[in-house]
Design a protein around this ligand. Sequence first.
Ligand code: S3P
Length: 432
Amino acid sequence: MQKLRHAVNGLSGSLRGPSDKSITHRALILGSLAQGQTYIKQPLASADITSTMNALRSLGVKFTVQAAGTIVVDSPGMANFARPENLVLDMGNSGTSTRLLAGVFAGLDLPVTMTGDASLSTRPMQRIITPLTNLGAEIQSVDGHLPLTISRGIQAQPIKFTLPLGSAQVKNTVLLAGLVAGVATTITDDFGTRDHTEQMLPAFGVTLEQVDNTFTIPDGQKLQATEIEVPADISAAAFWLVAGTIVPKSVIKLTKVNVNQTRAGILKVLNQMGATIKQQTIAAAEPMANLEIMAQPSLQPVKITAADVPTMIDELPIIALAATQANGQTIISGAQELAVKETNRITTVTTELKKLGADITATYDGFIINGPTNLAVAAPTTVDGHGDHRIAMMLSIAALITAGEVNLVDPESVVISYPTFFEDLEHLTQQA
Ligand code: S3P
């Protein structure tokens, strides 16, 4: 339990937040597939990333952390991976590790059983089991949930796959299975899910042809070891984007934030709400920007619909908090995927924000939020992150503007994506 702080004098200061989780997972996986040494500069160090590294170690990949935080991935290459018998991997809390690596193991035809913590064990895996099974893999699970055993990999054949739901993880399961199996792989993504793997593959010497929403990776691609620099994570920056907007007197600078358009939906939404965000773009393999956020006392409500959701899926809890401060009704719909994240975020966001006085109603696919509300508790109140990192961080930002004492159960879940979250909060508050 942790007593959450207020921010009476606003938040101020500059920080380079934690590195992008999605990009770090992908750099570690692709770096492991390539023979030789891949250098990953400024990778995220977090519990989910450890899950991916531990799984790759079992294939004979070595990771060394250099003084500046660079990870050197030293790999025998996918053709020379160890093939341990009766391999059981604990994927912890990480859906991304599980789904992306299931694609790798299915492509390698390397039998494995994947287990996970209580939260991961409730998350749907049928979405990856179905496409892999259609490609000839044999997979056992408990009703579409972990533990999941891949007993036979996909059978070599060109792959044509149309993403049936807006999940980058599912797209990557199939992409990685095809890449590792060395078969031509064509994927159509009409949802516009995050495209970090597609962006990164050319750096590893892999050919990728893109036409509209469809890309093809030709057969027989060989990955070459390379160097990747990971930008700051917009999903982590999101907490400061909203905090800087809703906490009076704040001015926050965030440097080198990834603003890939498949991820940057929160910037669009905050701009529509009337937030004051200055953006200075930095050219890079994936676009980055320095952002400056200033408190904005008067925010407009917004409508977020299904087409917007993939570009801001992980940011919807903190956007819901911002909406409690807008003048009118915000409707977030088409976000039923929130129900199958680390927690059912439709339920956890609603239940916990209501404890602070928010006027928020859960719908089957999102929220209806009426604002503005002066968040306040009449007596010391306990809010619960339910073991979900993004809920714990959202509630810590909510507490900054809540009158009265708020205590948080489960603050340690921030280790999943942002281990230094509370230190950064302290840093921004102390300078005020
Ligand atoms: C991720 C994709 C998203 C996101 C998750 C990370 C990724 O999940 O919520 O935090 O790195 O591919 P879905 O693809 O299942 O929506």
